[in-house]
Ligand binder design. Structure first.
Ligand code: UD1
Ligand code: MG
Length: 454
């Protein structure tokens, strides 16, 4: 017998992002600082969406059009609310009163500066609500609890959360701390949040007081444990770097679990959206900027820098290669050391092995580009394309002055400066012709030697 599927619960998430972030010492609002190439706010909202949030809201400080704009860029449907005065976390949540009043089953309140928050933990908090809790608070065991709200419990029941400044000596000894993230029965939330007062050491409306309010209404409050790492809030650049380190480790582990080999994982930098397939080998010191897709079986040799690049299976990159946005390396192609590729297709089996710049170009299948070849794609105003046909051979130290086409199977003599199209299967030589004067060097020496001072 199959049991009926549980009724799907609707969910609203409110991200509090009205923080001042002065300790970042930055012109940029705190939540817009990036971790693994994506803003902290985007990480948090992504975790909420993944946890099944039907609606997202963000609470920003007055005049923070930049945060509002960034939030809309991440999630176009997001509701933006302004907290005009910074009177506490409960007050901030109530700035989104209108969204809460629309009626949902679950309400998740998250902080915009906790980029390591996972959908898995948010999911467990929603499960606690589904199992009948009125409030679920995310907590962690702190190495040093100073500054955090402490969880006062009795068995599995959460009785209260006490802020550091309001806690008694005994309460301060508690090491189970409030991460700040809260799941609340959304049908009761407006009532509970509105009941919260500000008679405390900081004169703030504390979101944490929702626990005692819920208990007054005979609602059960529970704790959902997470790691201290996941709960980490970022307040300054040192903490930002610590969050980055954790995120990088997560991304590398995920790539390795999906079948990539990393010889020295700690030296590899990824971006949140880096896609790495199976049997990809990544040597030490490789940097992946945004928008990279590395397909099954590619090899990225040491100290290569990739951004917006696609690398197909069997392709070889580096060592010391630079792939810029629009680099599209097809199957079994090769981009070797000290080669830069930008907005260019390197077709199947083509080789660009050493010391070359290929920009705004197509390199046909099986073509060979000699060392030191440069596509001259820019005249100071506009960019022009270079097209190199399949099977063409460009001799070393050639300059291809775009717009220009090298026909299929054509040869370009080494050291050429090619300004005109080359026909398929032709040979183009565009350099000074070599001439020779027999005995000239010996005669020159004989003449100069008597004049020499030393
Ligand atoms: C909060 C919790 C504390 C928890 C800690 C975890 C409360 C009352 N306390 O304390 O129990 O251990 O987080 O880091 O909730 N915010 C606003 N508007 C406000 C106040 C805050 O938007 O008026 C936002 C901030 O931008 C920040 C978050 O809410 O993202 C938390 O505020 P913060 O002042 O850092 O709270 P803590 O004192 O750290
Ligand atoms: Mg804080």
């Amino acid at each position: 017998m199959t049991s009926p599927a549980p009724a799907r619960r609707s969910c609203l998430t409110i991200a509090l992002a009205a923080g001042e972030g002065t300790r970042m010492k930055s012109g940029l609002p705190k939540v817009l600082h990036a971790v693994a190439g994506r803003t902290m706010l985007a990480h948090v909202l992504a975790a909420c969406s993944q946890a099944g949030a039907d609606a997202l809201a963000v609470v920003v400080g007055p005049g923070r059009e930049d945060v509002a704009k960034a939030a809309r860029a991440i999630a176009p449907q997001i509701d933006v609310y302004v907290q005009t005065e910074r009177l506490g976390t409960a007050h901030a949540a109530l700035a989104a009163r209108e969204a809460i009043a629309r009626g949902y089953d679950d309400l998740l309140i998250v902080f915009g500066d906790t980029p390591l928050l996972t959908a898995e933990t948010l999911g467990r908090m929603r499960e606690a609500l589904a199992a009948g809790a009125g409030v679920a608070a995310m907590a962690f065991l702190a190495a040093d609890p100073t500054g955090y709200g402490r969880l006062i419990t009795n068995g599995d029941d959460l009785l209260a959360i006490r802020e550091q400044k309001d806690a008694s000596e005994a309460e301060r000894a508690v090491r189970t701390c409030n991460a700040g993230i809260m799941a609340i029965d959304a049908r009761k939330a407006l009532r509970l949040l509105s009941d919260i007062g500000n008679a405390n050491a900081q004169g703030e409306f504390y979101l944490t007081d929702v626990v005692e309010k819920a208990r007054e209404h005979a609602l059960r409050c529970v704790v959902v444990m997470a790691s201290e790492e996941e709960a980490m809030g970022v307040n300054d650049r040192v903490q930002l770097a610590a969050a980055e380190a954790v995120m990088q480790r997560r991304l590398r582990v995920a790539a390795m679990r999906r079948g990539a080999t990393m010889i020295a994982p700690d030296t590899v930098t990824l971006t949140w959206d880096t896609q790495i397939g199976r049997d990809v080998l990544i040597e030490p010191g490789v940097f992946f900027g945004p928008g990279c897709v590395i397909e099954d079986g590619a090899v990225i040799h040491a100290y290569s820098h990739l951004e917006g690049a696609k690398v197909a299976g069997g392709a070889n990159v580096g060592p010391f290669a630079r792939l810029r946005p629009g680099a599209d390396l097809r199957k079994d192609s090769k981009v070797g050391n000290f080669v830069e590729v930008k907005a260019a297709l390197i077709d199947e089996g083509a080789k660009v092995s050493h010391l070359t710049y290929i920009g705004d170009a197509t390199v046909g299948a099986g073509a060979n580009i000699g060392a030191g070849t440069i596509t001259c794609n820019y005249d100071g105003f506009s960019k022009f394309r270079t097209t190199i046909g399949a099977g063409a051979f460009v001799g070393s130290n050639s300059s291809l002055v775009a717009p220009v086409t090298i026909g299929e199977g054509a040869y370009v003599g080494s050291g050429s400066i090619v300004t005109k199209d080359v026909a398929p299967d032709a040979l183009a030589v565009a350099r000074g012709r070599q001439f020779e004067k027999a005995g000239w060097a010996a005669a020159f020496r004989a003449k100069q030697k008597p004049k020499a001072k030393t």
